[in-house]
Design a protein around this ligand. Sequence first.
Ligand code: PGA
Length: 247
Amino acid sequence: MRRKIAAGNWKMNGTGAALAELDAIAAGLPTAPPEVVICPPAPLLFRAAKVAAAAGLSIGAQDCHMQTSGAFTGDISAQMIADTGATFVIVGHSERREAHAESDSDVRAKAKAAWAADLTPIICIGEELDEREANNTLDIIGGQLAGSVPDAVTATNTVIAYEPIWAIGTGKVPSLDQIIEVHDFIRAQLTKRFGAQIGNALPLLYGGSVKPDNAAHIFAAGNVDGFLVGGASLTARDFLPIISALT
Ligand code: PGA
């Protein structure tokens, strides 16, 4: 049995008042819930981690720098994130790859930095719409996996999230067959590179317009082990049914 994970990426949303949603999520968890990871904006990490520790939730950051310290104005190191009590960090989200020109090798370095701080990186990959329309999805995904996932992966130190860029925040979701095709491909690539024990154990999340009404349908794909959710993770009302779809 692989780990099941519901991860919420709050992006640049929420101030202190939003922490009430963590309490509401904790209060509404189903019995035998999956792992629940909330990734709030950096200024909330410390307070969120305090609330989460008591509630059985985990907290993650949305990005980290690849260096441990130095003259990098505005950046945050993995050690600083760990110091808040957070235990996960998203790396290589498409919004970072695009708006901050992050390359696969940057993402790989960030994943290694996360490990060095005892954080679990959630490594994001995904194709653009024109890449899918040109039938290049698997090539793109294969390249991103090879470039972004460091060699020292173990069965427990990493989570991979497949997020087709055209599905993020758009309400457009790939067909179940498309999701199955990509997740099966990712699993096969990981197994080829890292061996069956690691390849079969790594949790693969789907992300991109996951909502309460489509979560159970998407989770039916055998190699989907959970979700990385943006908009619908901002409120307990929307996120709880998504969490429950994983039980
Ligand atoms: P969305 O975002 O659920 O709002 O589409 C997903 C993500 O960017 O992780």
